[in-house]
Design a protein around this ligand. Structure first.
Ligand SMILES: NC(=O)c1ccc[n+]([C@@H]2O[C@H](COP(=O)([O-])OP(=O)(O)OC[C@H]3O[C@@H](n4cnc5c(N)ncnc54)[C@H](OP(=O)(O)O)[C@@H]3O)[C@@H](O)[C@H]2O)c1
Length: 281
């Protein structure tokens, strides 16, 4: 049994939602779960309540709203009344309120709007989440964005500051997105930044070509390349927590072990300078 470490959030995007990974997580001190209304074909909340009703109170839980079942697949909406109903539905399905509710990829509804229309729509969606927190439907609220670029266009500094801003993290994120995210974090002044998807969903084979253990202090042979890539992701960009997915208890244990390593932030800065330099060439 490990002490709880809130830095690792077990993300359920690709998860089979089986009980064994949830109980292993608790044994390893992983006490944060991240899900979303559309995960597992819009059944994530209900399946969690069915398979792990007794375990759920032991986790801090974040979920996301913004996608809705639609004809031919999920449709996105930031309509405040739909968001409110989705938050209430999530609490009913889960049998408890989520600790944090995040707007799910709001950029999906902003891309075709003018900056002022985008700001108005995003502002009303944020207010719906502020109101949900005020009414006890969640403790904190935030925004989860796969592509922060459209958010950077709408003047977020005039909108309520989220408690949490969840963004892509790690070596697979390009320098343009890292830069846009840095500007957004600065403008929006979220309480905490969380990273997500440090392995880009598991398809990235980048570590076959370079060794991320060079980013650990001291350069570490005791950990694998995957572990080093995960640990370094907390600095690309700087994040208080990282949501990572696995259905494999052994993999989760490896990730928990990696949290004990120290990142060489000087090497990370040098890496970012190199990426900027390459872009200017
Ligand atoms: N827009 C959004 O809001 C958004 C989008 C994407 C993700 N997210 C959040 O971020 C979470 C993670 O994202 P993700 O699942 O897409 O990507 P990810 O965490 O980058 O990758 C998950 C993959 O990494 C593999 N993996 C994990 N630990 C490993 C290890 N120690 N060794 C080898 N492979 C390992 C897993 O395979 P195994 O199962 O075999 O371990 C899985 O296939 C999501 O669940 C969600 O919470 C949010």
């Amino acid at each position: 049994m490990h002490g709880a470490d809130p830095r690792l959030v077990l993300g359920l995007h690709r998860s089979r939602h089986q009980r064994d990974i949830l109980s292993t997580a608790l044994d390893l001190g992983v006490t944060a779960l991240d899900t979303a209304a559309p995960y597992l074909g819009f059944r994530s909340h209900a399946v969690l309540a069915e398979t792990a009703n007794d375990l759920l109170p032991k986790f801090t839980l974040s979920t996301k709203v913004g996608f809705f079942p639609g004809v031919g697949g999920a449709e996105h909406s930031l309509a405040p009344d739909r968001l409110r109903l989705a938050i209430e539905k999530a609490a009913r399905e889960l049998g408890r309120e989520a600790d944090t509710v995040l707007l799910h990829n709001p950029e999906r509804s902003l891309a075709s709007l003018s900056p002022s229309d985008g700001q108005a729509l995003l502002g009303s969606a944020c207010t719906a989440l502020v109101d949900a927190a005020r009414d006890g439907l969640c403790r904190t609220w935030g925004v989860s964005s796969w592509d922060t670029r459209p958010l950077g266009m709408v003047g977020v500094d005039a909108l309520p500051s989220p408690d949490v801003l969840m963004v892509r993290t790690g070596f697979l994120v390009g320098i343009d997105l890292l830069d846009t995210t840095a500007v957004l974090c600065n403008a929006w002044q979220a309480g905490e930044t969380w990273g997500m998807s440090p392995f880009g969903g598991g398809n990235g084979r980048a570590w076959e070509d370079f060794d991320p253990r060079l980013f650990l202090r001291p350069p570490h042979d005791g950990l694998s390349r995957v572990q080093a890539a995960f640990r370094t992701a907390f600095h690309l960009p700087s994040a208080a927590a990282v949501a990572v997915g696995t259905d494999n208890p052994g993999h989760l244990a490896q990730l928990v072990t990696a949290l004990g390593a120290e990142v060489d932030t000087g090497a990370v800065s040098q890496y970012l300078r190199a990426l900027h330099g390459r872009r200017q060439r």
